[in-house]
Every structure is written in C-alpha cells, then in structure tokens.
Design a protein around this ligand. Structure first.
Ligand code: NAD
Ligand code: UDP
Length: 338
C-alpha cells in the first residue's frame, strides 16, 4: 500500500487524519516539530488502530532532513497540515507566520519536486473568502485576506497554482475548511490548545469542565438570527475523511482542485451554547462583550462540489460534534498533559 507523508500529523486535524489513513490501509509517515502538539497524540492513534506510525521530529524548514525522509521512504502523496494557525498571533508576529507557513511550504515543495512526488493535499481555510458578499459560499467566490495568517493561506494557494502551471505532473487539492470541532469517538484524541483557546468550542468546553470562569460572546449586534456570529461547524472526523477521499482520488484530478469542507449549516454562538448545555447538562456562564476585531457576521459553505468530485459528505450532526468534544474534554481535562 502506498506511503503517505503527513506534515503536522501530531496536531489536531493531522492526528485524526493519520488515524483514518491507517484504518484505510495506508502506511503513514508523520513529520512534525511538535511546536503545538505532543507525541502522545500519535501514541494514542497507534493504540486505537493497533498500527504503527513512522514519526520524525523535523521542522518543515529543514529541507535536507526532509529530503532524507523522501530518500528513505517512497512517498506517493503528501497531506500538508503543518503550520501556525492563530489569527491574533499572526498580527503580532507576521514574519514567523510567513517564514513557517510560506517558506516552510516552499521547502517541502522543493523536496517533493526533487523526489518526483507531485501529489499534495493542502489545508486551506474559509478565511480566504474574507468577508463574503453572501452565503452559502461556493469555491468560485473571490478570495482575499484580512490578517497575516489568512494571507499565508492565500499565498500558498497561489504558489500551488503557479506550480501546477509549471509542470502538469502536479496534482494539487486545496481543502478550505470551515470550523472543525469535535474529537474521535474514543475520547482518546482531540483538540489540545496551548494557553487560552482562541476558538469558540474549546473555550466553551474548558468553561464547562471548570478550567475557565466564563465565556465571552464577541458581539450580539450582527445581522444574524440572534445577533451573534454564525459559522459552519464540521466534525473533525468528517473533515479528516475528506482527506482520505482526496488521497484516494488525487490521481484522477488534473492541476489544482479546490473544495469547501463544511456541512452547509450555520449555527450562531448562542445556538452553540444552548446545544452544548442540552447535550452535556453542564452550565456555560457567559457575558456579551464587544465584537472581536476582524470577525464577520456569517459564514457557511456550499460543499456540493466536494460531494460530487470527492464523493464526500459530512455525516455527523451538531449533537455528535458536541458529545465528542465533551467526551474528549471530560476524559482529558488537561489535554495530553496528564
Ligand atoms: P495544529 O496546531 O493542531 O496542527 C499543526 C501541527 O503542525 C502541529 O502539530 C505543529 O506542531 C506542527 N507544526 C507547526 N509548524 C511546523 C513546522 N514549521 N514544521 C513542522 N511542524 C510544524 O492545528 P490544526 O488545527 O490541526 O490545523 C492543521 C492545519 O489546518 C493548519 O495548517 C491550519 O492552518 C489549518 N486549518 C485549521 C483550522 C482550525 O480551525 N483548526 C481551520 C482552517 C484551516
Ligand atoms: N467566539 C466567541 N467567543 C470566543 C470565541 C469565539 O463569541 O471566545 C465567536 C466568534 O466571534 C465567532 C464564532 O464564535 O462568531 C466562531 O469563532 P472561532 O474563533 O471559533 O472561529 P472563526 O472566527 O475562525 O470562524
């Protein structure tokens, strides 16, 4: 069976995708510098699947070491998650974001080209749609960026488009994620944010487990169903499954293929809090605070293209996303740091 290189495979989405790739029968080689993750995630992936992962603690920018890995293993395709991902932090240390995300990707692509590996699935984001003119969002909407993190995604997408023109051997899949939440049903792997979570659901579950006093709801004066921001939350296992489908089908595609990964449903912050309380029975104290700079009112996907071309659809509803988020948080109140 083919070998797949997963960059950032110890992280939140990478560990779930590694698990599904192993279950689908692929051999998986993971590279990660562990800057935002722990090796414990992959140990648990091995425990769940009873299969082995080949792991290298390497930074994307270490071109020679990555080249050695390509020499050692015959890699058929790369699933590229590694990078920095905090929007707020990216406005404070933009050069780190450009270096790790953009330069790191360039170094990976050079090594791939040198080793005749031309198949790559890249983690892009719905953030490339900026403030969309309407919802639902289709892949042909104009793209823009409002912060350095988003701009790294946009630049990498453009670099990959240029690359596909330079050599028609490239098979490139750009996956634009909406809002991944949830965890594997075992409760053994999940999202383990360092410090104060930026995203809504990790914050809500840390309040519910007693690690934080209350949630700040950023703005209730948006033009939405109840004034709070609306997003398309998608179960991380559904999201990961789209990567397995992309790896399976990548050779049938030519050049660059771009897919939205969402459910097509939007939920407001207050609807998410209500659903969380209903599913878990835990109180979630919150206060209404000013809008968070850079936030948009609503954002949800038209994911029909992924359905047609990848034969993929999000299967898990909100209740499952919340139950799985909570099982992980409740069983691992300190994440992997026990
Ligand atoms: P994560 O931080 O859990 O995983 C990223 C992994 O990459 C981590 O394990 C980290 O240690 C590793 N890494 C970072 N920089 C590296 C480098 N220079 N060299 C080697 N390894 C490095 O994040 P995630 O939520 O799993 O996100 C994965 C990808 O999906 C990222 O590219 C992110 O931008 C993208 N994405 C995430 C979301 C989200 O909400 N989680 C939404 C859209 C897109
Ligand atoms: N949000 C919130 N409080 C928080 C974190 C997020 O009210 O502590 C809101 C945020 O304003 C947005 C929604 O929850 O409307 C989703 O935010 P998240 O950061 O999870 O995702 P993104 O902004 O990237 O879509």
């Amino acid at each position: 069976m083919a070998k797949i290189l997963v960059t950032g495979g110890a992280g939140y989405i990478g560990s779930h995708t590694t698990l599904l790739l192993l279950e689908a029968g692929y051999e998986v080689v993971v590279i990660d510098n562990l800057s935002n993750s722990s090796l414990e995630s992959l140990r648990r992936v091995e425990q769940i699947t009873d299969k082995r992962v080949t792991f290298y603690k390497v930074d994307l920018r270490e071109e020679n070491k990555i080249n050695d890995i390509f020499t050692e293993h015959e890699i058929e395709s790369v699933v590229h998650f590694a990078g920095l991902k905090a929007v707020g932090e990216s406005t404070e240390i933009p050069l780190d974001y450009y270096e790790q995300n953009v330069y790191g990707t360039l170094s990976l692509l050079k090594v791939m080209e040198r080793n005749n590996c031309f198949n790559i699935v890249f983690s892009s984001s719905a953030t490339v749609y900026g403030d969309p003119a309407s919802v639902p969002i289709t892949e042909d909407f104009p793209i823009s960026a409002t912060n350095p993190y988003g701009r790294t995604k946009l630049f990498i997408e453009e670099i990959l488009r240029d690359l596909s023109v330079s050599n028609d051997k490239w098979r490139i899949v750009l996956l634009r994620y909406f809002n991944p939440i949830g965890a594997h049903e075992s409760g053994l792997i999940g999202e383990d944010p360092q410090g104060i979570p930026n995203n809504l659901m990790p914050f809500v579950s840390q309040v519910a487990v007693g690690k934080r006093d209350k949630l700040s709801v950023f703005g209730n004066d948006y033009d939405t169903v109840d004034g709070t921001g609306v997003r398309d939350y998608i179960h991380v296992v559904d999201l990961s499954d789209a990567h397995v489908k992309s790896v399976e089908k990548i050779k049938e595609f030519e050049g660059v293929s771009t897919f939205n990964l969402g459910t097509g449903n939007g939920y407001s912050v207050l609807q998410m809090i209500d659903a969380f309380i209903k599913e878990t029975g835990k109180p979630v104290p919150f206060s209404i605070e000013p809008r968070r700079p850079g936030d948009i009112a609503e954002c949800w996907a038209d994911a029909s293209l992924a359905n047609q071309k990848l034969d993929w659809k999000a299967e898990r509803g909100l209740s499952e996303m919340i139950k799985d988020t909570w099982r992980w948080q409740n069983q691992n109140p300190n994440g992997y740091d026990n």
